[in-house]
Write a protein that binds this ligand. Structure first.
Ligand code: ADP
Ligand code: MG
Length: 187
């Protein structure tokens, strides 16, 4: 006999988090400066939207800035995405590194040009400190190309150990960065 009871909403979408799994608001920094940076960022955003048990809750404007560290390379393009996810911080980082790999990134040397860089900036109010994963991202507060888009998206979001994101803006105000448009939100 058919079972005609309604399907609980949490079971309707596959893959879906277990009903008891709470979604955590995480923030991911996206960066690119080689090839076609804007196309690569849009591709990475679409890949984030396709992650299991994860929804893109918002995306900042697109920003452009001059490179820091190794200066002889093209301008950087950056944005920040807000995710609601049931993935653990470790699983989310693994997914980000996988998207980077598929995006063709090669790590030649520190601060080298890259086709796509995805950083786990924040994972709710949690801190993580283990080999290969530090959350909040250790250099979050030092970089205008992270602080600016994050403050645009979530000015009152709290960075564990540092306070509200908007209070970090002053420290990076001297770094030139330009808001140049929007990424293409994934369909
Ligand atoms: P950066 O983004 O600071 O320029 P990389 O992307 O080259 O540096 O750093 C890559 C490594 O940093 C990854 O292999 C990853 O294990 C480690 N890492 C530690 N914490 C994080 C984090 N919060 N987000 C992204 N990568 C991280
Ligand atoms: Mg990175």
């Amino acid at each position: 006999m058919n079972d005609l009871r309604p399907v609980p909403a949490a079971d309707m979408h596959a893959p879906s988090p277990a009903p008891e799994a709470a979604l955590v608001r995480a923030y991911v920094g996206l960066g690119a400066n080689l090839g076609e940076p804007v196309a690569q960022l849009n591709g990475a955003l679409a890949a984030l939207a396709a992650l299991p048990a994860t929804r893109v809750a918002g995306v900042s404007s697109l920003y452009r800035s001059a490179p820091v560290g190794y200066l002889d390379q093209p301008d950087f393009y950056n944005a920040v995405a807000a995710l609601d996810t049931a993935l653990s911080p470790q699983a989310l980082l693994a997914a980000l590194l996988d998207i980077e790999r598929r995006g063709g990134r090669e790590r030649a040397f520190r601060n080298a040009p890259r086709t796509i860089d995805l950083d786990l900036l924040l994972y709710g109010a949690q801190t993580v400190s283990e080999p290969g994963l530090t959350v909040p991202h250790p250099r979050l507060g030092q970089r205008a190309f992270v602080v600016q888009p994050l403050a645009e998206l979530a000015p009152q979001c709290v960075v564990p150990g540092a306070g509200e994101v908007r209070t970090l803006l002053a420290a990076v105000a001297a770094q030139p960065i330009e808001r140049i448009g929007a990424l293409q939100p994934p369909a």
